[in-house]
Design a protein around this ligand. Sequence first.
Ligand code: ZN
Length: 340
Amino acid sequence: MLESRLRELESRGLAQLENAADRESLEAARVEILGRKGSLQALSREMAIVPADQKALIGRLLNGVKAALEQAYDRRKAAFDKAALDARLEGEWFDLTVPAPGVRPGKLHPLTQIQQELEEYFTSLGFAVMDGPEVETEWYNFDALNIPATHPARDAQDTFWMEQGHVLRTHTSPVQVRAMEKFGAPLRIIAPGRVFRNEAIDASHEHTFYQLEGMMIDRDVSVAHMVYFLKGLMQAIFRREVTVRLRPGFFPFVEPGFELDIQCLICAGKGCAVCKQSGWLEQCGCGLVHPNVLRNGGIDPGVWNGFAFGLGLTRLVMMRYGIDDIRWFASGDLRFLSQF
Ligand SMILES: [Zn+2]
């Protein structure tokens, strides 16, 4: 009786294991047949009531059935494992014979490229290139530059204030005063660098951008000298002949102060969308250094005078390349950067 049930379990179990469609149904079949509470275990408990003269025979049969079922399980499991491995190898295959893409050389950021061009231009005219701290004192950023306490630029709306009255410099002009203190007169310096404004960011405003400051102090420096250097600067940037003009402009650290425009390079002065039909493009603020600023830098305005200018380097790079969104510069996007 037990013998026939064992044989029946063997053939049913083998079929079930061998026909399992996947790992889960194979595992379910193993538990049902070979598990601790499975069919084979249930039958083996009946050995206790097998007559003594049949115990050896039934015992061998039981072991044989168990071994056959276990082997069938192992075979099927190995087949599933191999199929899974094959699928993975197929998916992760790669061709070792394909040539490597090669070294992709890095490049300088477009801002850095133009900054270096301008440094070279001014160095050739005898200017020194100066650096200054990005965290400035209120004195260097505002007071020493003749900017009154009531000036709106000092407002927290526009400026990042730090502890103990320090600010993230809002322009490169503080370097003017540091340069006068350090070198005295005569003096020719430029100071390119990063500046910060508390701005809402959009296509033409960033909280962080670049300026280039310039200053020349000597005896009898005139507006004509200033125009000469600034015109040369514009031609160096735009790599062609430009026409410039001055308009009056107010900046507390110069007197008189001007805005320097160049004639629109797109429409040659006729008027277009880029120059808003005016024929001119605003380029930089400039003027003769205010006597108070000279005094704050330790230079006697009775003996020396000079000119100073500050231009938006970021804006110049945008104009030179026709970039319409300032946010590209700090985006780190290689599709943008690799074009320069
Ligand atoms: Zn135009």
